[in-house]
Write a protein that binds this ligand. Sequence first.
Ligand code: 1HE
Length: 266
Amino acid sequence: MQMQLPVFEFKNIIVEADTNIAIISLNRAQKRNALNIETIEELILFFSELPNLGFKAVVLRAEGEHFSAGLDLIEHQKEQRSASEFMQICLRWHEAFNKIEYGGIPVIAALKGATVGGGLELASAAHIRVADQTTYFALPEGQRGLFTGGGATIRVSDLIGRARMIDMMLTGRTYKANEALRVGLCQYLVENNSDTKAIKIAKAATKIPSLSNFAICSTISHTRNMSALDASYMEAFVAGVVNTQPEANDRLIAFADKTAARVRAD
Ligand code: 1HE
């Protein structure tokens, strides 16, 4: 079913509907999709509204050749922010990215070109990252005399481990293609267009019951913040709700009837 979008007055992102998938595009290609504070606020607005819109999945992509060049360095320099002002900016970034990661709706990032600094922080808040052959990952904060402020210390270190993250920051090392895939910066690497693959993954995710998606796209992240004992309690609790939902029952009847698909190697 084609979902309807409300009128958003966004300047830095484009929101479109593809049936029941929302497609969000970073729209500052002329600035290599650098993340100014206005973009962050627009992401917060969109992802706050998302649960009310009925979309089953989101593709997060970018206009132009680069996914994102990270923090808007020009804005940051011009603003001459105080430490406490920039701490507040970081809290807004966390608000945006936490809404993505913990929102319970699958978000698939379609990456290309520079996915660096805050751009990598944004990408790492998505549930699945698809890279193409042009995509490269870096954390140039150290070289700029900066530090990560959009959650990389949590999410990027979670993806690739602390040692690799520290290496990226100390040496300016970039990762691309198969090496990026191998270390876990992306889950998919495609020959051509990452948008096409991301939409395909998003469409597949829409076939999963919303309650299951909610658990997959929030519980796993939440349990990271808990002790093993609390995480296993939480898992049991969520499974109690999800695994007894009517949609699970219907699917299990189909399995017993031998009408449901089997899990095959390919
Ligand atoms: C920007 C930004 C930006 C480009 N902020 N304006 N991130 C970085 O250190 C990466 C900085 N950017 C680059 O290294 C390069 O721009 C790219 C490799 C991404 C692309 O290169 P190129 O040759 O295609 O473009 P360009 O000529 O460098 O830039 C084109 C325009 O985009 C230019 O503006 P113009 O008005 O002069 O045309 C650039 O100024 C602008 N631009 N990147 C602002 N990042 C919460 S803390 C997070 C901390 C970080 O993210 S640190 C990492 C910052």
